[in-house]
Design a protein around this ligand. Sequence first.
Ligand SMILES: *Cc1c(COP(=O)(O)O)cnc(C)c1O
Length: 476
Amino acid sequence: MKEFVRYIPPIHELQKDARFSTLTQTYRIDTNEMSSILKNVVSTIREQLLSACWEGELPGSQPFIDELFQKIEYELKHVYQYTIKRVINATGTILHTNLGRARLSQNAMDHVIQAAQNYSNLEYKLAEGERGSRHAHVEELIKRLTGAEAAMVVNNNAAAVFLILRALAFQKEVIVSRGQLVEIGGSFRISSIMEESGAKLVEVGTTNKTHLYDFEKAISEDTAMIMKVHTSNFKVIGFTKSVETSDLVDLAKRHTSVIFYEDLGSGALYDYSQHGIGEEPVVSDVLNQGVDIVSFSGDKLLGGPQAGVIAGKKILIDQLKKHQLARVLRVDKMTLAALEGTLLDYSKGTTAIQTIPVVRDLLATKKMLQIRTNQFIDRLTQQSSGFTVTSKESTSQVGGGTMPDVELPTVVVHIKSESMSVETLAYRLRTENTPPIVARIQKEELLLDLRTVTVEEEDIIIDALVSIDRMMSKEL
Ligand SMILES: *Cc1c(COP(=O)(O)O)cnc(C)c1O
């Protein structure tokens, strides 16, 4: 095989092949870049020939040249493609952390594009012609929507927790109920973040029960804060007791130097419980009860970009804004624009709120999903006969560690193939289609939950299934 190395055409000759310039144009790269890819491919082939592990056509023939250019095209496809790809989420899990959590509303998207494409008054006061603060932009909206005296935004809620502990409780004691020392997403532990921040954790109560007197006894001269953590991603059932927020507010008030902070996790701005969905506290209600400061995520129930919102007493927020870490944890203009767009939707009332995908998908009823699922099945069965497709009652999850005990009633598409395993079909949907489609596999069944699929995405899924069906019949 070694001797065939000398039949590989020289680079300058390969550069004259029509495909060299066609591919250069198709991928809009410059000639030097194309030449270096060509050289790499040739040198890999050369090495494989020398070590006798080349399995392709042998040099000196036209098929060899064809194969070489196929390899170059494969290379180009891989090098010049984004690794972050749009994905169709057919799992029904709304805040799927692995799939990017919240989808943004149209207003939020448009606003991001404006902020990204142009200069903006990010840190500039237009009337005065002077330097301004990036905190100013969403602060008024957050104040209006939550009733807080002041607010600010950082990178995510984990950063918010860290900043609050570091700036307001450094080397002081923070009292937390044992039942609330949560771990979220496998990497965020309240106890660890507390240690990193330099605040001293004082655990009170037991896993299932904490009483007001546990907190009372723990308060000392060194206490800076009572912290309540929303147990977002689990629920303790049975013989339990936690202390009412109002009791902790009173306790903190009796000790004037003690701050009462609540990490709300999701931070709902909309009352989902009015639709019988979960018991997530609304941010304004929590602040109304007298909690000094709260923090929550931008991309959980809020339905905005990754961010951590901090809201509460002005005197505390001012301290946070001044802290060095505020700069370290600050958010980008695109995040601020996305958040402002989302918050503006909230401030416009119920109809605008429905334009936020997270809210819309959470409120979608079983009846609506039944209709869409039936239509989907009709259209799919008209175009392809290779699958057995039925509808089935099921439940969707909220996801993102939010409302773990809530099961949203849904109707799903159940797809079965005689010639392909559930795993193979799921794999082909994920890898052979653009955009990839992520389905739900539950108890050996492949399910599509249209709750998290837009109407326009339904067509893409149908086309993908039809094309898999066609290939399947060819393979048989
Ligand atoms: C999700 C969550 C966090 C972390 O929020 P991120 O925005 O994901 O950083 C912190 N605390 C609680 C209670 C949470 O639920």
